[in-house]
Design a protein around this ligand. Structure first.
Ligand code: UGA
Length: 344
């Protein structure tokens, strides 16, 4: 007879297990934390590249390493031999899904160095889809971007719009990743959720993006670099809403493409004004021509995410900015020195 304790254990379902790429990145780290807090096992891969300050990635990683159900492995997903070696180092892994959030992000820098975007976002994505196929992992969640909508005059972006007019190599690389995921669904029946994120911001966010750069510039009374006149609109989305959206997308969908947008688009001008008001400082603005790789405006139609995934954003833009500013001020002594906050 099985002792009572063991019998109880036998009835306990095994924890959910996920392989998540880009675990030291902004979206990756926050999604990993949410999964770990839910009790799931997470193996996180990241190559800790120098796309932006290593200190920020380390800071995020250290917080994840406090969880016993987290395992970090340094892996470059564009290198098949590294993927194979990492896989072989895992003992009988049984992942419910690969959550593929590793990417070369950054719209404007992709004009200067497109090759690295293709390596990570196309070859890397192909390698992970192939891993799903070869290792019978039934589901892949793929990080995509609002930038796939490219040059368009349609004001509200819904998932069925064509994506043939990317404005940057970054956007083109994300469209290619989506295409590969579609092919793996078509050929091999892989269940795929493609998530199009809309300008994600929040505490410990990407230091090459507008929100953190502007918080830094205004707090430190330095000029901020503004492309265009600031009338461009973004559907800024708070990081916790995004991590929850990834969580919701783990259900079986066959093949689904979902916009995850904040739901209350703001102009960049208004964003600067709100940050300045919260910091009680006047912004110094250095005007630069509009950047040709930028979309003019993004506004997500989120009705599909709402109806299929049961997802809606919860954090209003002003509240999200307040939390981001609070994080900056708490961590100011080391965050202010991150190189990409000041230069471009
Ligand atoms: C962001 C991310 O960088 C992409 O990885 C992501 O895929 C994309 O959002 C998305 O939504 O899909 P972006 O919208 O360019 O791209 O985000 P920001 O860097 O925050 O830029 C927002 C606006 O502020 C742009 O018009 C940009 O030109 C402007 N900006 C940015 C400035 O005027 N100055 C800066 O220093 C930075």
């Amino acid at each position: 007879m099985i002792p009572r304790e063991n019998a109880m254990n036998d009835l306990t379902p095994a924890p959910r297990a996920f392989l998540l790429t880009g675990c030291a990145g902004f979206i990756g780290a926050n999604t990993t934390r949410m999964l770990l807090e839910s009790g799931a096992q997470v193996v996180g891969w990241d190559n800790l590249n120098d796309a932006y300050a290593a200190a920020l990635k380390q800071w995020r990683l250290e917080r994840l390493q406090e969880f016993p159900n987290f395992r970090f492995m340094k892996v470059d997903i564009s290198r098949r031999e590294e993927i194979l070696a990492a896989w072989n180092a895992l003992s009988s892994p049984r992942f419910e899904a690969i959550i593929h959030l590793a990417a070369r992000a950054g719209v404007r820098y992709s004009v200067e160095n497109p090759w690295t975007y293709i390596e990570t976002n196309c070859i890397g994505t192909l390698n992970l889809l192939e891993l799903c196929r070869v290792r019978s992992i039934p589901k892949c969640v793929l990080a995509s971007s609002s930038s796939v909508y490219g040059e368009t005059s349609v004001p509200i972006l819904s998932e069925d719009l064509p994506t043939q007019t990317p404005c940057s190599p970054y956007a083109a690389s994300k469209i290619a990743g989506e295409g590969l995921a579609y092919a793996y669904h078509h050929l091999h029946g892989l269940d795929v959720s493609i998530l199009r994120f809309f300008t994600v911001y929040g505490p410990a966010g990407r230091p090459d993006m507008s929100v953190l750069r502007f918080v830094h510039a205004i707090a430190e009374e330095k000029p901020l670099r503004l492309y265009g006149d600031g009338r461009q609109v973004r559907d800024f989305t708070y990081i916790d809403d995004i991590a929850r959206g990834v969580f919701c997308s783990l259900k079986k969908v066959g093949l689904g493409t979902f916009n995850l947008g904040g739901g209350a688009p703001s102009s960049v001008r208004d964003m600067i004004r709100i940050i300045a008001d919260h910091l009680g400082k006047a912004p110094q603005v250095e005007y630069h021509p509009s950047h040709p790789a930028d979309m003019e405006s993004t506004q997500a139609d989120i009705s599909r995410a709402r109806s299929v995934l049961g997802w809606v954003p919860n954090v209003a833009f002003e509240e999200g900015l307040k939390r981001t500013i609070a994080w900056y001020l708490e961590n100011r002594s080391w965050v202010r020195s991150l190189a990409t906050l000041s230069g471009e």
